[in-house]
Design a protein around this ligand. Sequence first.
Ligand SMILES: [Zn+2]
Length: 334
Amino acid sequence: MFKDMLKTMLAAYGATGREQNVSNVIRSFVEPYADEIYNDVMGNLIAVRTGESGKKIMLSAHMDQIGFIVIDIDEKGFLRVSNVGGINPFISVARAVVFESGVQGVLFCEPEKGMKEASMSTLFIDIGAKDYEEAASKVSIGDVAVYVSNYMELGDRVSCGALDDRICCAIVAEAFMNAPRIHDVYAVFTVQEEVGLRGATTAAYAINPDFGINLDVTAVGDIPKCAKMSVKLGNGPTIKVMDSSAIIPKFVRNHLERVACENNITVQNEVLAAGGTDAGAVLKTRGGIPACCISIPTRYIHTPVETADMRDCLGAIDFVRALLSEKEIPAFKA
Ligand SMILES: [Zn+2]
């Protein structure tokens, strides 16, 4: 059931800045459980389930996926692109891509300069057009393509592009559907996270929550010869301590650690050396809002083979449910 929902969310097109399709898919799952549901100006999808405490919890995960924006079409019909979000040009060579319209293509780089030297300026998309006219009749400047990827189950693990961050959209949706009626729960499926936490910035300001719980993927230190990091696949969801966008306040982490401990949920502490999440935007909204990030350890982030462990995912669902069941909201005490 959860896996089916995840697969449906993974299959939806949703490049950064073009999230309406994936928003519609997520809406179809959560709407029956929401008292109110709407898209805001930015395109964030916001589902509300009211409680009795008068306090608001903002649960969030981003819908958008990194992509390639068309900046030029040459006379032979090849599309030149720039990145939307953190794309590695080298791993993009010889990949299949798809546009929102369904037009498919293959990414390659100018062979003369060599694949090892691939950069955004040497990459191009071939959509099978014979010339400029044919290409321009199918794709416009500003259209955005994303990697085509296969959903695969590898034992307890799953591999697919767009796990960042649809895996957490599915977790937020699952937790929202069964959220106890204690606090008002705002499930916010954000836009444009990959280009600077933009959707979360406006949503957190508008909602003005008492507590923000963000979910995203995080890197791991358990593959051959990678950078030092203690996080491992299968060791549980993480409690983020710090990344480039946020240092989670100690009183917020204390709350999370207590709830994890009391509910026998295995967690890992996470320090992510580079990269930010929507938690950073929520934390810095208005006069500062208590916010945290629970992460799913993920290998090969920002590639078509992002890989995560379902056990971490199920642990995160339990963790979010336990947090929503707490009457107490973390509050700063001097
Ligand atoms: Zn992400």
